[in-house]
Design a protein around this ligand. Structure first.
Ligand code: F3S
Length: 290
């Protein structure tokens, strides 16, 4: 029989829960600027309820627009206002904090350095708040390439590892007279990753549930694989394959920050139905150390 354990932190983070709630509560129809979250099933469900994803404001001439948890730059908000659109802002409060810090620091004369992925929508939005001199670096090597600048402030995309922010800050200290460091990293990502790795070490097979286009879900799966435990990234319970569990006693399940609880639950139920047994994590035997 299989014992099924769900990671302590799995599925929707606070910001995504809040954005989906705002989308559901908003009057319809409403345009969502970009996919609300990286989960096809949730986006399809919302579309049926009248939330239509659009790539840019050019596609919206009237009505309402929803800003997703990643946030947008101030000029996008300005265009929406000029068009007379009602803006429903679901920017995650942690992202909004980073945006306001970036704006304040730029106004105080700092060059703002953002640690993150330049192509990520959150970083594109942050850049807009951080003033014309702002730059994005993805790691310490890129920070090494920056020239001397007297006053700098460094902050991070919310989903970056804290170590990366510290590494970039250490490099910039050698190229700057005054360096201000703001830790804008959100712990939701770290918590999910630590809980997933901890669980992967204790099971025979690990399942990571979430959209294939979700970078944070793919990264969770990669981290679980580093433990040596066979790990499968699935989008839905329908992809579960009996073969994976031959000789397995314990199966771990986790989900990325864009995976709703009901999809994780379906996977757990499917495993339990197949094997006619499920033991909730709280009732499992205490672990013996390695
Ligand atoms: Fe917000 Fe953190 Fe989620 S910044 S959107 S709670 S990963």
């Amino acid at each position: 029989f299989l014992e099924v354990l769900v990671a302590d932190y799995a599925g929707f983070c606070f910001g995504v829960t809040r954005a989906v709630k705002k989308a559901k509560e908003a009057p319809k129809p409403i345009a969502s600027l970009g996919s609300l979250i990286h989960n096809r099933l949730v986006v399809e469900e919302l579309a049926r309820e009248g939330v239509k994803p659009v790539a840019s404001l050019e596609e919206v001439d009237c009505g309402r627009v929803l800003i997703r948890s990643h946030g947008v730059s101030p000029d996008v908000l300005e265009v929406a206002r000029e068009k007379g659109l009602e803006v429903i802002d679901a920017t995650c409060p942690y992202v909004a904090r980073a945006q306001h810090l970036a704006q304040k620091l730029a106004r105080e004369g700092y060059q703002v350095v953002i640690v993150g992925e330049a192509s990520h929508p959150e970083v594109k939005g942050l850049l807009g708040w951080a003033g014309p001199g702002a730059v994005v670096v993805s790691d310490r090597e890129e920070a090494e390439l920056l020239p001397y600048y007297p006053r700098r402030a460094v902050l991070a995309q919310t989903t970056q590892p804290e170590e990366k922010l510290a590494e970039v800050a250490a490099v910039l200290r050698t190229k700057t007279d005054t360096l201000v460091v703001h830790n804008t990293v959100c712990h939701a990502t770290r918590r999910r990753q630590e809980a997933a790795v901890d669980l992967a070490r204790r099971v025979d097979v690990m399942l990571v549930v979430g959209g294939r286009e979700s970078a944070n879900t793919r990264h969770l799966a990669e981290l679980c694989r580093t433990t040596g435990t066979p790990t499968y990234h699935i989008e839905t319970a329908g992809e579960l394959c009996r073969q994976w569990f031959i000789n397995a006693r314990r199966v771990g399940v986790t989900g990325g920050a864009s995976t709703p609880a009901w999809i994780i639950e379906e996977v757990v139920v499917m495993l339990a139905e197949q094997e006619k047994l499920m033991v909730p994590e709280g009732e499992r035997e205490p672990e013996k150390g390695p």
